[in-house]
Structures are given as structure tokens and as C-alpha cells.
Write a protein that binds this ligand. Structure first.
Ligand code: NAD
Ligand code: GLY
Length: 387
């Protein structure tokens, strides 16, 4: 496969300081509620797990810390992380929550509070989230609320967590009435990403995360999308291009979050594919598809809807669907009736005054937010795929 020209990589990965390591900054505005600079670094480097302790020290974090993880991720990576923390003079304890989305609940949070109180953790103690998005979201929520807020860092171990959930400060847990309904915006002090940990991730989990990676190309960076197209096989086999893809995805997310931390506008573009995707997940009981797979179908549908509404050309739709399916992701699901689809999407958080709001594609790298009339949506959902 043709290598990518260095000049292009320089431009796309302008924040990368060296081939091996890059630090991206999430710039945040000052807040009257939280004095001081809340901006924070995202560091991406193979083998980084062994230097998290030193880097936490450099970020001004020290003393006691609680590593929150689950038994499986803990069995793979806790020892290295704990060695690194102790080696830098930190004093860690490990708190495990059971593995699984069903444990991302207030009851799990409460058990963590119990342990932190028993261990006499104080305001300057740090929470370290070691795991995928489930651990990260819950640990972040614990940090946001324990003693009215303690510092935390993210050490994400799934691709989805590395490119999405660990960055941006959305923390929270599920409620019996819906996912992520209880939570807080609360930013970490740092995000430490070690792409090597992806070697132990199940292939299907990894590919599901690639759905979110593709999303960044579609919403904001056509050149990055081309990079993904050209390096498909190398990305799938976790060659160095995966580090570059994580860096670029994080840089795009950092930029969007910097401009709209609390999702009053621009940040909603990160939800491309999620309006259809959430409905697919809900109707199929959250068991048939992984999140990134449902988002992949949702992105393909959003692209097709954009074509149906005359917003984009066939070529963009074709490229999006080809890239997703080239990664082994699903791009269609016909098991839902249009009325069920519409009814479920009505409950989506993006519904405004009865109209259903979508992130739609104008071109690869350019999306818009648009309210779509339910009649048109029904016509679209009742029709066949165009391409
Ligand atoms: P997950 O956290 O459940 O992890 C998936 C599985 O992979 C788990 O069984 C986990 O134990 C295992 N695992 C994790 N790292 C591993 C590794 N390196 N090697 C082997 N196995 C490993 O799932 P996820 O996809 O990472 O996260 C999904 C969660 O993220 C959902 O709760 C979703 O709501 C949330 N999310 C949050 C945001 C946000 O902005 N906060 C964004 C997107 C998703
Ligand atoms: N995952 C979407 C966001 O962080 O806003």
C-alpha cells in the first residue's frame, strides 16, 4: 500500500512532537466554579503505562490515589500501572468494579464511595481510571462527586475509550430508565493513552472502536478520512498508523470540546450516527450490537439520509459505507419498522420541539445539524438503500 506523504502527515499530525509520542492539549475556558486552568494534556505513546506515575507527578498529582478498574483489565494491566505509581512515590489502592455496562450504576458508585471513605481518602487524593468507557465514565463520576470533586486521570484501554470517552469530561452512570442519564461534566487532569494495550482487546471490540475513529474523519477532516482509507489493513493489524489515528481522533475531539465544552452547539457533531445508532441499540435491547457497530450503521444511514435530502452526493455516501464495511463494520440493519424507529428516536436527547435533529453530511469532513421533518424521515426509512 502506498505510504502517506510525510508533508501531509506533518500537517495532519501537527501536534505530534516525535514519531513515538505526542501530547495534545484540551484547552478549556476559566470557570467561576473551578479556579485555575482546567486545560489538560492527552499523551499518546506506546508503552506509556510504565511511566504514568512519573507523568502524574509532572502534572502535579501525588500522594494517595485509587486505581479503579475491573477484574479482567486489572489482571492484565494493574501490576504495571501500580509499579509505575509506586515507583514515582505515589501510594495507590485498587478498587475493582465488576466488568460490564450493567454495573455502570449508582450502586457501584456507592460501593466505591464506601471504600474511599474507609481508606480515608481526602480532597487531594487522585482517582485513576484504568479500563474502557464503562470504568472511565463511572470513575469520572466518582471523582466529580466524592468530597465535591477530587482530581482524576484517565488511562483508557479500549479503542473507543482512547478516542472518545476518556476525553471531554462527560462522566456518569446509567439509570433503569436509560443510559447515561445521571452524570456531570467534569474534566480529568490528564489522559494517558498506551496503544499497546489494544493488543489484548477482542477483535470485535477493537473494530467497534474504529467506527468512532471513522466518525472524526467524516465530521471534521477529509484528509484524515483518506488516511484511514489508505491504511485500512495496517490499522486493522495495529501497526503504527493506529497511534497516529488515535492522536488525530483525540486532537479533533480536543478541538471540538475546547470550543463547546458543554454541548450547546458544535459538540453535537460528535453525535454523528448516534441518533439512528441509539435507536438501534435501544430496540435491539443493547445486546445485538456493540456501541461502535450501532454508530456505524447510524453513520451510514445519516449519510444516506443526507443524500435523500439532497445535501450530499453519492460519492461521499459510497466512501463512508465502503470504509466502514472495509473495517468489518455493519452498515445496514433492516429489522426495525419505520414507526418504531421514529418513536424511539423521539426520545433521543437531540429532539427539539417535536422535530428530530440529525448530524448530516455535506461532504467528507463537513457536517451540519438539521431538524428533519417526520414525514420525510418516514419516506426515507420506508425506501430502499440507494447505493
Ligand atoms: P467497556 O468499558 O465495557 O469495555 C469493553 C470490554 O473490553 C470490557 O469487557 C472490558 O473489560 C474489556 N477491556 C477493556 N480494555 C481491555 C484491554 N486492553 N484488553 C482486553 N480487554 C479489555 O466498553 P467501551 O466500549 O470501552 O465503553 C463503553 C462505554 O463508554 C458505555 O458505557 C458508553 O456509554 C461510554 N461512552 C462514554 C462516552 C463519553 O464521552 N463519556 C463516549 C462514548 C461512550
Ligand atoms: N461522545 C460524545 C461527546 O463526548 O460529546
Amino acid at each position: 500500500m502506498e505510504p502517506f506523504p510525510e508533508a501531509f502527515l506533518q500537517k495532519v499530525f501537527s501536534k505530534a512532537k516525535t514519531e513515538k509520542m505526542s501530547t495534545i492539549k484540551v484547552e478549556l475556558a476559566l470557570s467561576p466554579y473551578m479556579p485555575g486552568d482546567r486545560s489538560y494534556p492527552i499523551t499518546v505513546e506506546r508503552g506509556l503505562l510504565d511511566s504514568v506515575g512519573r507523568r502524574m507527578r509532572e502534572a502535579g498529582l501525588g500522594g494517595r490515589c485509587a486505581v479503579i478498574t475491573n477484574p479482567y483489565v486489572g489482571s492484565l494491566y494493574s501490576k504495571r500501572l501500580l509499579d509505575s505509581l509506586r515507583g514515582a512515590g505515589l501510594d495507590p489502592v485498587t478498587i475493582e468494579m465488576p466488568d460490564g455496562e450493567e454495573y455502570k450504576t449508582l450502586s457501584s458508585v456507592s460501593l466505591v464511595y464506601d471504600r474511599l471513605l474507609k481508606e480515608r481518602f481526602e480532597r487531594d487524593s487522585t482517582i485513576v481510571a484504568l479500563g474502557g468507557g464503562v470504568v472511565g465514565d463511572m470513575a469520572g463520576f466518582v471523582a466529580a462527586t466524592f468530597l465535591r470533586g477530587v482530581p482524576y486521570v484517565q488511562v483508557p484501554t479500549t479503542l473507543l475509550a482512547q478516542v472518545d470517552s476518556s476525553v471531554g469530561g462527560k462522566t456518569g452512570v446509567n439509570h433503569p430508565l436509560g443510559k447515561n442519564l445521571i452524570g456531570a461534566f467534569y474534566q480529568p487532569k490528564a489522559v494517558f493513552i498506551d496503544p499497546d494495550v489494544l493488543n489484548t482487546l477482542e477483535k470485535r471490540e477493537f473494530i467497534s472502536g474504529l467506527g468512532e475513529v471513522v466518525k472524526y474523519g467524516v465530521i471534521r477532516d477529509g484528509e484524515f478520512f483518506s488516511f484511514l482509507e489508505k491504511n485500512r489493513d495496517r490499522l486493522l493489524s495495529l501497526k503504527d498508523e493506529i497511534t497516529r489515528a488515535i492522536e488525530r481522533a483525540c486532537a479533533i475531539k480536543a478541538e471540538v470540546v475546547s470550543m463547546d465544552e458543554r454541548e450547546t452547539g458544535l459538540r453535537s457533531i460528535l453525535n454523528l450516527g448516534h441518533t439512528f445508532g441509539h435507536a438501534i441499540e435501544a430496540i435491539t435491547g443493547y445486546t445485538k450490537f456493540k456501541h461502535g457497530e450501532a454508530v456505524s450503521i447510524g453513520m451510514a444511514m445519516a449519510a444516506e439520509l443526507s443524500f435523500f435530502l439532497g445535501l450530499t452526493g453519492k460519492d461521499a455516501v459510497r466512501r463512508i459505507k465502503d470504509l466502514l464495511s472495509g473495517f468489518g463494520l455493519p452498515v445496514s440493519f433492516r429489522g426495525i419498522s419505520p414507526p418504531d424507529f421514529i418513536e424511539t428516536m423521539r426520545f433521543d436527547k437531540k429532539v427539539k420541539e417535536g422535530k428530530i435533529r440529525f448530524v448530516l453530511v455535506e461532504d467528507i469532513g463537513k457536517v451540519i445539524l438539521k431538524d428533519v421533518d417526520e414525514g420525510k424521515l418516514k419516506g426515507f426509512l420506508s425506501g430502499e438503500s440507494f447505493l
